[in-house]
Design a protein around this ligand. Structure first.
Ligand code: HAM
Length: 428
């Protein structure tokens, strides 16, 4: 038997309803925040991620699905969305668009060759946003508020917002030197990866899972002590916006994020729900002021976040949230006899064309079996068509909620049901 590749999953029909519900909600929220959807290719030139995400990141060093196409080009399945969006921003000269900042969102599959575990997949679905063109801390607050709203609007409560600042280029440079000075005496005690990181990107050491307990970690220099005045001011402004908007947050100076492009604001949203699992990060994002230039565009500030719907669904489960899903059928048409069977096909067709969710039997089931099927599909109405009804040009409509049963003319039944459905949908 051939199974799905490791780290991927099928979303079966009974689960897809939940996905639709979430996706619709996210499109809706994006509208309320005035962000427009962008769709970029699933694969990009490998160089984009090497330059965009950063050569020293885990993503680029170990996690990319990279392949050569028949023309000998190196391509990579996108591991994240920001680099692609920025590429598109530069390619389409969006800095010249009349509406600034350019506010974009995206949703789709992303790929990382990671060691699969709960909440960590090789193919996952990210929803993310990017706001390009503004260096106002108010937009950082908007992006964080947007991320929180995605979770809150679905009923999640056990959330913790953690923020930090990585400062501007100068602050980062000074901090980098301090980290090198601090960790160099312990070099031999650190893991192989961290020994490399010490030279290439010492900030990454703070993120290491293996060296987490090393005594040198606790005393590591905090970025917040290395922020220059401008960076400090930026961080303070962001905090005052969050406070104004009543968005609670914790500051964690050790949160550095796993991608290289960040400056100033970084943030993560964690789930505090019991039973969520070992990985508690739901969502991550931050500001990336140098990225547009790195990818060949004019100097442009940007900020965004992304999360996976898979982890969002884990959080819903952990908090025991059942979303109201619309998986019922409006009508199921039950028929008896050959003539009635043909007429039933026409009735179902007319119902559907009137926008009513309808189905009938295709398995030659007896009446009882057809009623059972209607029950399993949670049909609101069962329409019964036997030889007698057919001869009279009528059909019986049974309301499954009230048990009420009525005969209608075959000609008018669709019109009648459409009226009821429209009323029901409007009120429900
Ligand atoms: P990231 O922290 O690498 O950031 O990923 C963001 C989110 O994607 C994670 O918090 C998690 O919800 C989800 N995610 C990542 N990897 C996996 C995985 N293997 N399985 C399931 N879910 C996963 C970024 O991707 C940045 N592009 C975010 C950003 C946008 N920063 C600025 N703009």
């Amino acid at each position: 038997m051939i199974k799905v590749p490791r780290g991927t999953e099928d979303v079966l029909p009974e689960k897809v309803e939940l996905w639709h519900h979430i996706e619709n909600k996210l499109h809706e929220i994006a509208k309320t925040y005035n962000y427009k959807e962008i769709r970029t290719p699933i694969f990009e030139r490998t160089e984009l991620f090497q330059r965009g995400v950063g050569d020293t990141t885990d993503i680029v060093q170990k996690e990319m699905y990279t392949f050569e196409d028949r023309g000998g080009r190196s391509l990579t399945l996108r591991p994240e969305g920001t680099a692609s969006v920025v590429r598109s921003y530069v390619e389409h000269k969006m800095h010249g668009f009349p509406n600034q900042p350019v506010k974009l969102y995206y949703m789709g599959p992303y790929f990382r060759y990671e060691r699969p575990q709960k909440g960590r997949m090789r193919q996952f679905t990210q929803f993310g946003i990017e706001a390009l063109g503004s260096a106002d801390p108010a937009i950082d607050a908007e992006v964080i508020a947007f991320a929180m709203d995605c979770y809150r609007s679905l009923g999640l409560q056990s959330l913790r917002l953690v923020i930090n600042s990585l400062g501007d280029l100068e602050s980062r440079k000074n901090h980098r030197q301090a980290l090198m000075d601090h960790f160099t005496p312990y070099k031999d005690e650190l893991c192989g990866d961290c020994q490399l990181r010490l030279e290439q990107n010492p900030l990454r050491i703070l993120d290491c899972k293996r060296d987490r307990e090393h005594p040198s970690m606790k005393a590591a220099p905090s970025i917040l002590d290395y922020l220059n005045e401008e960076s400090q001011l930026y961080f303070e402004e962001l905090r005052s916006y969050l406070e104004k908007m009543d968005i609670a947050y914790d500051i964690d100076p050790t949160m550095v994020r796993g991608l290289d492009y960040y400056h100033h604001t970084v943030f993560e949203i964690m789930s505090d729900a019991e039973g969520f699992g070992a990985i508690t990060t739901l969502s991550g994002g931050g500001r990336y002021n140098g990225l547009v230039q790195e990818l060949g565009g004019p100097e442009t500030p940007g900020i965004g976040f992304a999360f996976s719907i898979e982890r969002l669904i884990m959080a819903l489960k952990a908090e025991g949230i059942d979303l109201p899903l619309e998986d019922e059928l409006d009508c199921y048409v039950v028929s008896m006899g050959d003539e009635a069977k043909k007429e039933a096909a026409r009735v179902v067709y007319d119902l559907r064309r009137a926008g009513i969710r309808a189905d009938k039997d295709y398995m030659d089931k007896k009446m009882k079996g057809q009623f059972k099927a209607a029950d399993r599909y949670k049909a609101k109405f069962v329409l019964v068509l036997g030889e007698d009804e057919l001869n009279e040009g009528k059909i019986t409509v049974k309301n499954m909620q009230t048990g009420e049963q009525k005969m209608h003319s075959l000609e008018k039944v669709v019109f009648y049901l459409k009226e009821i459905m429209q009323g029901g949908r409007q009120h429900g």
